[in-house]
Design a protein around this ligand. Structure first.
Ligand code: 2AM
Length: 179
């Protein structure tokens, strides 16, 4: 089995600009530049034969040509009373939504079940420890909510595998698809 997802990578200059914001929040496990990405579809654990089918189906999803996105604002995901992650938002983009939908349908054609969830594009900046102080989280969000990136060109997406380690997830680019 192999844990797979499709995602957009982040250009170096954008990662550098984000790194300057990845500070000032105790209990945050900040994602390093090579871990930053915008997930299109998370497939979970997939057996190798279906992974191969998926990689073929994703070829068909890679249509429409290049486009641009921009990051805007920050936010948090949580469950119950606990905030688990802080992220940079992605400006609404029809092209991005369509691409995410295509990478999701590719899973269906490869007989890979995916969770039923609305697509909320975001770029996770940190996962948070349970000890992170809600007031500090709110202050960090307020302090960065005006984030607005220059246009980010999107001319490809990647199929990544994820290996869970005690230091967090390690991602490896398995295949790249040009739009
Ligand atoms: P996240 O950044 O919000 O945690 C690899 O784990 C990528 O797939 C992450 O970007 C993660 O989103 C995303 N993802 C989506 N659904 C997931 C799930 N159920 N479990 C783990 N990662 C998921």
């Amino acid at each position: 089995m192999i844990r797979l997802f499709t995602a957009l990578s982040v250009p170096e200059d954008v990662a550098e600009a984000l790194a300057r914001r990845q500070t000032g929040l105790p209990g945050a496990r900040w994602r390093t530049a090579d871990q930053l990405h915008i997930t299109l579809t998370f497939y979970g654990e997939v057996d190798e034969r279906r992974a191969d089918d998926l990689s073929v189906e994703l070829e068909r999803a890679a249509t429409g040509g290049p486009f641009e996105i921009a990051l805007a604002g920050v936010g948090a995901f949580g469950d119950g009373h606990r905030t688990r992650a802080v992220w940079a938002g992605v400006e609404a983009s029809e092209r991005l939504t369509v691409l995410a939908g295509r990478t999701r349908s590719a899973a269906g054609r490869a007989a890979i079940p995916v969770e039923r969830r609305d697509y909320r594009p975001h770029l996770t900046l940190a996962y948070l420890d349970a000890q992170a102080d809600p007031a500090r989280i709110a202050a960090w969000i307020a302090g960065h909510n005006l984030l607005h990136s220059p246009p980010i060109p999107v001319d490809r997406f990647g199929l990544y595998s994820s290996v869970l380690t005690p230091d967090g997830s390690r991602y490896q680019l398995e295949r790249e698809y040009r739009l």
